[in-house]
Design a protein. Structure first.
Length: 184
């Protein structure tokens, strides 16, 4: 009796594992987006980074990690305000805050806060705030938030640099794959 129970248990466990593994296969892809020839499909998938190569390929690759230096918006923002001292830069929180900055020994200084609303390079991805501090001789300071020209210039410059960085990343990551017997 014990052997029959054990056999049924083994069949049940095998069935569960088969269901789990078969469920992982997915529902497939839209056939209209892929060429019918297998060689061209392989080439397209490998060029887009979906697949693996048995020979050759990139031997240094150890995985894909999202570092702050690989985010074009983050890099562009830091490069744009690199002349200002940073009070806080938190990549996981998506914010950069500069310290008060003044170009000379003047009574006026500025502070910039950049919040990242998205990782995509687009016009609404950043929330930039600029604060002015004007101090009188008796050390009484007035702080106010300013909108306008400087905010727009910062936003434009960061987005332009981010677009350049994103283009460089795409060019660097593109790996053409040549299939013997298939012409381009």
């Amino acid at each position: 009796m014990n052997n029959k129970l054990e056999a049924k248990f083994n069949k049940f466990i095998t069935l569960i594992f088969l269901l789990i593994f078969l469920n992982q296969c997915g529902m497939g892809a839209d056939a209209r987006k892929y060429p019918p020839e297998p060689e061209k499909r392989v080439k397209k998938n490998l060029e887009e980074g979906r697949g693996f190569r048995l020979t050759g390929g990139d031997k240094k690759r150890g995985g894909d990690f999202e570092f702050a230096s690989s985010n074009p918006l983050w890099r562009a923002a830091l490069d744009t305000i690199d002349f200002m001292p940073l009070a806080s830069a938190n990549y996981s929180g998506g914010i950069i805050i500069t310290d008060w900055y003044s170009s000379e020994n003047s009574n006026e200084s500025i502070k910039v806060s950049i919040r990242f609303l998205s990782n995509e390079v687009r016009s609404d991805a950043l929330d930039i705030k600029v604060f002015y501090k004007n101090c009188a001789l008796n050390e009484s300071c007035a702080i106010s938030e300013k909108t306008g020209k400087l905010v727009n210039e910062l936003n434009k410059k960061i987005l332009q640099k981010a677009a350049v960085y994103q283009k460089q990343i795409k060019q660097k990551n593109f790996k053409p794959y040549d299939v013997p017997g298939v012409t381009k």
